[in-house]
Write a protein that binds this ligand. Structure first.
Ligand code: B12
Ligand code: SF4
Ligand code: SF4
Length: 356
């Protein structure tokens, strides 16, 4: 029998303070289904494998790994394009998987045998991570669409092991249906609504939302970014955390040591436009944000320069006509130049009015 005390020891050694373990068998599955908490296409309970009644039993151990919402310090630079702290310096998929693989090894030592069929999940998993986190007792979903934990707030990643067998776990260690809140949504949000007011894309709230309008999605997508969105993106090269920054439940907890930022999380947007794939990978390849093709970041850099650049940026951009020959970037290049001209004219009009 794997005891709660032994599990606590494993987690403490890895500095994982927030975790939960639950098992799924025919009874718990039926109970969770009946409770109808999540209706997600990638639900842990909906996968075809459950069609085979024999393969239904599972043990799931989930961890909440806190990260920094903001970088350490911000220096002044004219064309600074922001990469959200979660995507800087490290790739959280790699780091959280290191932790999960260590948990797996420690569990095997406790169990006295190798766990043959285990799925290690972080983000790009076949399941819905917030749903799994909820079943593990790690929190409820907030207006900002994220799982919110009482002690951590929302700035934590969710990682978990899906062990495709029922392990002999001491019952008091297991999170059961009775331990879970009655609803997935966090009722406090109804009285707070700060993220709903602050979200530039108006996707926060308990209503159905088109998350492709979320600025985080816009900066990652390969699709066309419309003019309205370009303005909202402002200085973002990758990601958005406004709905988390305004949340009173975020406590700015110490990030896990494996997720600690070492440098300022911004990129010189003009310098980025001159980079080759090789330069980019040498400097940023190990960072979580760098998973998209370089042209996506060049597109975003053009948007940022249009939104925040000055006369110097306009002069430098004018010396990069090759961007107008690039079929993926030309539209944004021309837009950035026109927006810079408009902004510079507006500023000089304001100055002239003040002088008059
Ligand atoms: C696709 C995706 C995105 C998309 C879409 C996000 C979304 N909300 O669906 C984009 C690119 C926008 C995105 C952005 C971000 N993401 Co993301 N993303 C995912 C991913 C890969 C899949 C999510 C998914 O299945 N969406 C599809 C549909 C079904 O989701 P949905 O429409 O919201 O449906 C859910 C709600 O209905 C919810 N639900 C149920 N009951 C209730 C009740 C209420 C009241 C509400 C509001 C919702 C709700 O349950 C459904 C299933 O979760 C997950 C990892 C994973 N495999 O789960 C990470 C994940 C959700 N992302 C994460 C993070 C950190 C982010 C960002 C903060 C990154 C950033 N700073 O830019 C932002 C936050 C944006 C936001 N406010 O949601 C974390 C969240 C951790 C946490 N504490 O919850 C996850 C879990 C990754 C991880 N393993 O840590 N993400
Ligand atoms: S990440 Fe930004 S755009 Fe997306 S929901 Fe939060 S505040 Fe809105
Ligand atoms: S800002 Fe307020 S409404 Fe939004 S998630 Fe946080 S507590 Fe909920």
């Amino acid at each position: 029998m794997i005891t709660k005390l032994a599990l606590d020891k494993i987690m403490d050694a890895l500095m994982l303070r927030h975790w939960g373990i639950f098992s799924i068998d025919r009874t718990t599955r039926k109970g969770l289904k009946r409770a109808n908490f999540f209706n997600a296409f990638n639900s842990l309970l909906n996968l075809a494998e459950y069609d085979s009644e024999d393969s239904m039993d599972k043990t799931v151990l989930a961890i909440a790994v806190p990260y920094a919402l903001e970088g350490v310090k911000v220096s002044s630079h004219k064309n600074r394009a922001k990469v959200e702290a979660f995507g800087w310096d490290f790739d959280y998929h790699v780091q959280v998987k290191i932790l999960l693989n260590q948990v797996k090894a420690d569990l095997e030592a406790l169990h006295g045998q190798t766990l043959k069929d285990v799925t290690v999940c972080v983000d790009n998993s076949p399941y819905n991570d917030r749903e799994v986190g909820f079943y593990a007792g790690l929190g409820q979903v907030g207006y900002n669409h994220l799982l919110i934990n009482r002690q951590l707030g929302s700035n934590f990643f969710i990682g978990y092991l899906v062990i495709h067998e029922k392990l002999p776990i001491e019952p008091s260690a297991l999170v059961t249906l009775e331990d879970l809140p009655m609803t997935t949504g966090l009722s406090y949000c109804e009285t707070c609504r700060r993220c709903e007011q602050a979200c530039p894309s108006h996707v926060c709230g308990f209503k159905e939302a088109d998350m492709s309008a979320c600025l985080s999605a816009q900066t990652q997508n390969k699709g066309i970014i419309n003019v309205e969105m370009r303005l909202l993106i402002h200085n973002r090269l990758y990601g958005c955390s406004i709905c988390q920054s305004v949340c009173p439940l975020n406590h700015y907890v110490t990030p896990h040591p494996l997720l600690t930022l070492k440098a300022e999380n911004w990129v010189d947007a003009l310098a980025l436009l001159e980079m080759t794939h090789q330069n980019f990978m040498e400097i940023y390849g190990h960072m979580g944000f760098a998973w998209r093709p370089l042209w996506v970041y060049k597109r975003n850099a053009l948007i940022v320069i249009g939104n925040i650049g000055d006369q110097d940026a306009l002069d430098l951009l004018s010396q990069m006509p090759h961007l107008n020959e690039d079929h993926k970037l030309a539209m944004y290049y021309r837009w950035a130049i026109q927006r810079l001209i408009d902004r510079i004219n507006e500023q000089s009009d304001t100055i002239n009015t003040k002088i008059d």
